[in-house]
Design a binder for this molecule. Structure first.
Ligand code: DHB
Ligand code: FE
Length: 275
């Protein structure tokens, strides 16, 4: 193994925060009316929870301390992507046709290596995990193949860790941008990812533990699929029968996104709508 030490929440949290700051769009102009409407609704929901459950001063202080820790640990991206993003995606999906979307999560990195339609994702010489071949097609809503579509794919390793966030994994490991062939086809060889555990040693992990929940996401492949003139789709694919498929802590599984493996092969056809 190349890992120098076990990944910690602070490693992943700090990397996820820095990554978010460097990639997220800034300067969104929001009207005062919109700010007031949404923030008032959020605050009312908090006020209602306090009234409904007789929240005490001691509990209020514990919550304040925990929120301070969450910020200082850089865990806002982890926390929001696990507990909130799925509803933002649900709202975005109301206007989306074609392949179902799912959450982006905190571990997307742009500008990964370009790969041909039949390819193997970059991996360590001693990469652990069962082989996995993922194939399929990208089409438009009418079923016409989209040649030259890009599948930007990334996933955790056989220990559930992501390159670029956990220490000791080479940059770009198990990440790549695959281009479809003239028939819109692709075939990607990689390794089976493990389920992902929310880091348990940081504030998000402490909350999950304090509430008696479990900290797991089912094994998944992340994808952003794009083609010129089409609306890009951000999604994830899961494996039927895998652990936590029915109890994802991030509530990001949709039945349409669960693959049924045949041996070490899975396949999925993506459908993109016009931009
Ligand atoms: C988180 C991690 C993931 O791999 C994912 O897909 C979604 C959320 C997280 O730690 O917040
Ligand atoms: Fe993930």
């Amino acid at each position: 193994m190349t890992a120098v030490h076990s990944p910690t929440a602070a490693d992943s949290g700090a990397s996820a925060s820095a990554n978010f700051r460097s990639t997220a769009r800034e300067g969104l102009a929001v009207s005062p009316e919109r700010v007031s409407t949404v923030v008032t609704a959020v605050l009312h929901a908090v006020h209602s929870a306090i009234r409904e459950h007789d929240v005490t001063y001691l509990e209020f202080q514990a919550a304040k301390r925990w929120l301070m820790d969450l910020g200082e640990g850089g865990e806002w991206p982890l926390f929001l992507d696990v507990f909130v993003e799925h509803v933002v995606e649900e709202v975005a999906a109301r206007t989306q046709d074609g392949t179902k979307g799912s959450i982006l999560g905190p571990y997307y990195l742009p500008d990964q290596v370009s790969l041909p339609s039949v390819c193997t994702l970059p991996r360590r010489p001693d990469e652990q995990g069962d082989p996995l071949t993922f194939s399929g097609r990208v089409t438009d809503l009418a079923g016409r193949p989209l040649a030259g579509a890009e599948l930007d794919i990334w996933h955790a390793d056989a220990e559930g860790y992501y390159s670029g966030f956990a220490p000791g994994i080479p940059a770009g490991n198990l990440r790549g941008v695959v281009t479809t062939d003239a028939g819109g086809r692709f075939e990607i060889t990689t390794v089976q990812p493990a389920p992902y555990q929310i880091p348990t040693d940081g504030p998000t992990g402490r909350l999950i533990d304090a509430a008696g929940w479990h900290p797991w996401r089912p094994a998944h492949l992340h994808l952003v699929v794009r083609a010129p003139g089409h609306r890009p789709i951000t999604t994830q694919l899961y494996f039927a029968g895998g652990e936590y498929v029915d109890s994802d802590v991030a509530e990001a599984v949709k039945p349409e996104l669960v693959l049924t493996p045949s041996g070490q092969r899975v396949s999925y056809d993506f459908v993109l709508e016009p931009a």
